[in-house]
Design a protein around this ligand. Structure first.
Ligand SMILES: [Zn+2]
Length: 226
């Protein structure tokens, strides 16, 4: 089943959109694109973009558009993006959305299908503050919802679990505030374009997956492909 479209999952960190983007990407055989992953890759590799972004990321601030849009345009030019892709948490602002629309048009895609994940601030802080990452293999755990068998130790490879610097509670709060300030108008932008759907990200993973599959099916019915 070909996706042949640009999908965008919106929502604050911890809303479950990453998990769902990962599942949907596997289901349709398209890349799951997160600017966070692209940036961390650039920081780890020490590229010019990565060196510019690193201090901003450590302070939990948003990275400027010239860096982000440059990475996005390069990424969408790769062959694996030709049949569609799923953006996880991008765009974050209306100007980014406008620029993305132009990039999509240049690459022969129509309007994106946008899904907004709704979830309460209390749920978000609880989820994100419980997240620990394996220092060896990168596996993620949640001490409330999906704890490791031995506290502080990865089930898979015995690696020490750490909290990423951008998952600390202060940075989470700052990130949520930045999210509220800058990205809520996005929903209005996409609603005006008639492409916005919403799901309740407080529900369980399987239930949200089912809702998403219904949304995809409705969209496919509307424009004759998925
Ligand atoms: Zn591990």
């Amino acid at each position: 089943m070909a996706l042949n479209r640009a999908m965008i999952f919106l929502g604050p960190p911890g809303a479950g959109k990453g998990t769902q983007a990962n599942r949907a990407a596997k289901r349709y055989g398209v890349p799951h694109l997160s600017t966070g992953d692209m940036l961390r890759e650039a920081v780890a590799q020490g590229t010019e973009l990565g060196r510019s972004a690193k201090p901003l990321m450590e302070r939990g601030e948003l990275v400027p558009d010239n860096i982000v849009m440059g990475m996005v345009e390069e990424r969408l030019a790769r062959p694996d993006s030709a049949q569609g892709f799923i953006f996880d948490g991008f765009p974050r602002t209306v100007p980014q959305a406008e620029q993305l629309d132009k990039i999509l048009a240049r690459r022969g895609f129509g309007k994106p299908l946008v899904v907004e994940f709704h979830v309460s601030p209390e749920t978000l802080l609880h989820r994100v503050s419980g997240r620990w990452t394996c220092s060896v293999g990168g596996e993620t755990y949640n001490i409330y919802e999906r704890p490791p068998k031995v506290p502080g130790i990865c089930d898979v490879d015995g690696g020490k679990l750490i909290q990423r610097s951008d998952d600390s509670p202060d940075i989470v709060r700052e990130r949520l505030a930045a999210y509220d300030r800058k990205t809520k108008p996005l929903a209005d932008y996409y609603r005006q374009h008639g492409v916005l759907e919403t799901v309740d990200g407080s529900k369980g993973v399987e239930e949200v997956s089912r809702e998403l599959n219904e949304i995809f099916a409705r969209a496919a019915g509307r424009d004759g492909h998925l």
